[in-house]
Design a protein around this ligand. Sequence first.
Ligand code: GLU
Length: 511
Amino acid sequence: MQNSSKKVRVRFAPSPTGGLHLGGVRTVLYNYLFARKHKGDFILRIEDTDQTRFVKGAEQYIYDCLKWCGLEPDESTMHPGEYGPYRQSERKPLYKEYALQLIKDGHAYFAFDTPEELERMRSENKTEENPSPQYDAMFRMRMRNSLTLSAAETEALINAGTPYVIRIKIPQNETITFNDLIHHEVSFDASVVDDKVLLKADGMPTYHLAVVVDDFLMKITHAFRGEEWLSSAPVHILLWKYLFGLEHMPQWAHLPLILGPNGKLSKRDGAKFGFPVYAMNWTDPRTQEFTEGFREKGFLPEAFVNLLAMLGWNSGTEQEIFSIEELIENFSIERVHKSGAKFDYEKARWFNQEWIKRKTATSLLTSVKDLLSNNGLSVTDDAYLEKVIEMVKDRCTLISDFFEQSAYFFSAPATLDLEAVLTKWNESKTSFFQQLMASLQTNSSWNAAEIELVFKELAAKLNIKPGELQLPMRIMLVGGKFGPAVFEIAHTIGKEETISRIHYALNKINA
Ligand code: GLU
């Protein structure tokens, strides 16, 4: 269809009706990968023609998400290229001429029906076989439109300022066929489609007209979007055919749905199964309903992008961890699956864990520092924090885990999990820790191996198994039964702090 020598131009065309959820970001990602791979352009177009569904803040949220993911567009309302404006409401005046052209060519018509008349048509013609009659070939000739009225009557109505819409005249007995890059040959019987409104009474185009006109004017070569739009494709194909000629039409790719545990992934799944659905936290300003996002939950953008890439695509190899550069290199739309992709939260966490392992402590510094400071721990020594991150990162699945895993390096644990220790406590253990404090006090080199040696020699002298003393020592320093090697911890927090924590815990135990 499209000429392969043309520069690749793809678009993500969200309606600013809410936060961006998994499926939306995956559409962004596939667009982005394809554009980068083919040295093309990635365009962000805001489809805000349905003003009734407009949500304040949604557009900014989309930009913020793309920025966080590292998937920023080449052209957008923020960075306009030569095909602007990139917000459809600002393009309003240019759509009407296309609608009028369609009327002139016999592919569309003016319709003057009032909401009451439409309602009457639906209720009067409702049958068991046809429970929701549509404005289509079967009924259009019984309605008040420029097909049933004379040219003079139509003109008089328009001149009198009667509200009207422009509808597409869907042909009868026509099969609409096109080639989808994922679904291959797709055919629709045109009669399943109704005479969709193209231009509304307020002069705004509907999505159907605007998407086709803009894809044409913005020279889009490939249109990737969610499979939920497949049923709208016949209308778009007809508009392409009538307005611009099919040879200019972009190649379509309808991406598989992302499925939740019980079918199509919904916001409710997130609430029910405890996983985020949005890229970032989102509070719907209309309902004040809050949905948790991947970013705040503690996902790294690299991991989020990686797991999204794998939701519906595979590289054909065993490899699962891909950097964005590797994704660009390996991505191909032919390897996108036809069937729905099942989202598995445990697997998502696994991706994040793998990414934390792979990242350097330096590259994790800012996120961890923010996390700690949001939890009331201010870090002044970056080098020290880096050391801590290096020590605990293999124990963290989400960035948020870094708080529990590293807070005790900065301040003594607020609570000590002494239960496990108290049942097996005795006088000789108290004596061990008293002598340990004394020996450590005189220890000058303070490295992990040295501390371990002092510890073990003393245990041997008092005839206690070191294994029985290590857990109490850990709880004294950390507060719980977790963390890296205990002597490493002692070394890191320093001599004074180690002794002070042992001292404090010993008093508690003996109280
Ligand atoms: N505005 C549509 C949406 O909200 C765009 C669909 C398309 O890409 O054609 O998803």
